[in-house]
Design a binder for this molecule. Sequence first.
Ligand code: ZN
Length: 445
Amino acid sequence: MDELVIRGGTLVTPEGPKREDIAIQGGRIQAIGPELPGGAEEIDARGLHVFPAVIDVHLHFNEPGRTEWEGASTGSRALAAGGGAVFFDMPLNSMPCTVNAREFDRKRAALEAASITDFALWGGLIPGNAGEMAELAERGAIGFKAFLCDSGLPEFPRADDLTLYKGFREAARLGLPVAVHAESHAITSALSARCRAEARSSIRDFLESRPVLAEVEAIQRATLLAHEAGAKLHIVHISSGRGVAAAAEAKARGVDVSIETCPHYLFFTEEDVERLGAIAKCAPPLRNAVDQSALWAQVLNGTVEMIASDHSPAPPEMKTGDFWNSWGGIAGVQSTLAVLLEQGYRRRGLSLERIASLVAREPARRFRIAGKGAVEKGNDADLVLVDLEKSATLRAGDLFQRHRLSPYVGATFRGMVRRTIRRGETILEDGNVVASSNGKLVRPT
Ligand SMILES: [Zn+2]
């Protein structure tokens, strides 16, 4: 007898939705089909849609070292509440950063002790650490992250072009992708310096100091260097339709590049930053409505391949006061699926299968996470059961993250996570965390 059978849900699969049962044994999907034999435990999923659980390829849980900002315990619970079962943690803002094997081991141990979801770890690519990349790869790093502009943290310096090129060469040798934060340092630092010199410090001044042009230029340079080095490139959090177009043009020329954006660029605009203040501050910043609709077009036409939260929280005191000096980062790990269901599926006709691809299937494929990312026989039973008809307004009290600050508070979403299952174990049910075991490290095959 199978240990668990999920009955009567509508499965979101590449072939379209189909209503079938799922039998689970040993944490894996054992069978999919109509009217499967009974299991030791059964879940009634009639009226619900069964998606592959979210794989969030880009976030910052800040553990170890800055758990007063977040932490894997609270962060992974928030991820699960949003339908996620795997996250990829960035090498910053944990402290020290994950730039060598010792820090990788430390973070792995901390996350195994705290996270209820599975996780993978990004290594860092900074000036001087190319010699550490092979050991990071050996430990199971999913890839390497580099900044083309200042990261905001002195301990994670930006990669100059030569560091980047050498890092790309080493990553290519190791067969791993490099993820880049693509904003031109030359443009953003000069515009920021000019604002400071002219004592201009409004929110609008900040937005204008990080123009779309800075993103497009950095994407073009990164794709050139990656191509020269034969490396796989992943561009994180592209904020504009023009940025996506620049990456897509490189891809058409044969550059091995993947394209990520974040829900906040699809949900908020510059006007929202002016209304909400530092809670909606991030880099690259939120864009105007024209850029936003161009970005949506690139999601709807399939050019954008992945959507990740870039959850980057900070304590409330770092989000108040002077806007320029407040922490940049949006805390939205719990809302990715909700945003895509409300703004994509409901309002723009984005198919459920495309949503599953953006948040699960493509992340697993691109980063070579075997056995995850799709509702398929033989895969890990990482599933999220969603009631597409139920609406809810997000309240601060619903958030599981450490500091209950999110620009999404007050927004109403139709489509509610009812249950998140990680390797066959329900870890969240109707807003309550019920996990009885912790997650583990996943590594590329
Ligand atoms: Zn980030």
